[in-house]
Design a protein. Structure first.
Length: 423
């Protein structure tokens, strides 16, 4: 093959960020996504893009894409992460020995708070990421297998079609077909935790009923101490402040909402200890309501008023902290969840995928393709990703296994994890 051509398998955050970087630096590529269309399924709720990921996006995005990204971000509030007792609605701020706020640089910021990070709605982010890639994407392409040839790699899809390139990048998520062929023994573990994800629209009626601390902005934790282990719910208002400007760009912002996620052991949700049954949205909503049924009237509406059809229960899987080494292949590599799947407790899955995209793109720009370049990428990725996975496991131990009476402040744990200080 005389020219590079990167085959990106998967059109999630990592794959699309890589695509933008390659386009910006004039490296030929094409994205193959298994979903039939861009609206085939819901894309989730809020993510936080901060620290190294901000620098990475600056490298990957054109000035226009960066402008749209900032425009479509929600308001960001960086402050202490308080706890609210589910039974009493009492608010408890993080405790620190020296009396200083653990969110020393906290405060309310608009969408352009680059220093501290961005609050991002996944659906809005996806709309931005897809812009400008229309000619570089093919939908409805589920990978069946790939084959290494003398001068490249061939991707073969389940519809019988194929594509040839010089490098195949697996960006196809937790159930990666690329990983299953390339690293069939790569460990994916059930953490023993389950999460219930949902969203609740911020209506005037809801605002009147809730404990004010819940909607003032920033992340917070609702802790149900009546259960053993304790059940925790992390939530954050997602508020769009640039609606008119977004609409002028052809992007309609969703209604402001509360993003929330409950973390619990399966038995607390009435689920089997092993495996994960297939649940309808209505069943997921019922599970969430069951957890919150005895909560204080100024806390319970977060779940009682959840938006129908937007609730999901997921088994939380992860690679181990040390997810191993392997022999690099000059024709195949992996980014994001396809290689370092992690639980949500570190809040860094998307950040790490974006970092992968930036590192791989930068090395392709600077050094071209080859086994040495792939080895350098995978070594660097393995170093920072294993550290983040370790923090995720450490935070999960506190959040999901806290017994009655231990009363560790989960906000403190989240702040330590966010600042890279969770051991």
């Amino acid at each position: 093959m005389t020219a590079p051509n990167i085959l990106i398998i998967g059109g999630g955050i990592g794959g699309l960020c890589l695509a933008h970087g390659l386009k910006k630096h004039h490296i030929p590529f094409h994205v193959y996504e298994r979903d039939g269309t861009q609206d085939y399924r819901a894309q989730g709720y809020r993510i936080r893009v901060a620290r190294e990921a901000v620098t990475a996006l600056r490298y990957l995005f054109s000035p226009e894409t960066w402008r749209l990204f900032e425009l479509t971000c929600a308001e960001s509030v960086f402050s202490d992460i308080p706890e609210v007792d589910a039974g009493t609605a009492k608010v408890d701020l993080p405790r620190v020995a020296n009396g200083e706020s653990p969110a020393a640089a906290g405060g309310r910021n608009g969408p352009s708070s680059e220093l501290k990070g961005y609050t991002v709605d996944r659906t809005m982010f996806r709309q931005v990421l897809l812009r400008g890639l229309e000619e570089h994407m093919t939908w409805g392409k589920a990978l069946k297998e790939y084959a290494i040839t003398d001068d490249g790699v061939v991707a073969r899809f389940r519809d019988g079609s194929s594509a040839e390139g010089s490098l195949l990048v697996g960006a196809d998520g937790s159930h990666s077909a690329v990983r299953k062929q390339f690293l069939p023994a790569h460990p994916i573990l059930d953490t023993g935790a389950r999460c219930v994800y949902g969203k609740t629209l911020l209506t005037p009626e809801l605002l009147k009923t809730l404990e004010p601390a819940i909607t003032k902005g920033g992340m917070m934790v609702v802790k149900d101490r009546s259960r053993d282990p304790v059940t925790a719910m992390i939530l954050e208002p997602v508020i769009f402040t640039h609606r008119e400007e977004m609409l002028a760009e052809g992007i309609e912002a969703p209604h402001d909402y509360l993003y929330w996620v409950m973390g619990a052991k399966p038995e607390a949700l009435g689920l089997p200890h092993e495996g994960m049954p297939t649940l309808t949205p209505e069943q997921c909503e019922k599970i969430a309501r069951g957890v919150a049924q005895s909560w204080h009237p100024r806390v319970r509406p977060v779940v009682a008023c959840q938006q129908p059809g937007q609730t999901a229960v997921l088994q939380i899987n992860s690679v181990p902290s040390d997810f191993g080494t392997w022999e690099p292949n000059e024709r195949v590599t992996l980014i994001g969840d396809s290689i370092h799947l992690m639980g949500p407790t570190a809040g860094s899955g998307a950040i790490t995928a974006i970092r992968d995209a930036e590192l791989l793109c930068r090395l392709l720009v600077e050094g071209g393709q080859g086994k040495a370049m792939i080895a350098k990428y995978e070594s660097g990725m393995r170093e920072y990703a294993s550290e983040v996975v370790h923090r995720s496991w450490a935070a999960a131990e506190v959040i999901f296994n806290q017994r009655q009476g231990e009363d560790k402040h989960i906000g403190e744990v989240m702040i330590a994890t966010r600042n890279g200080k969770m051991k």
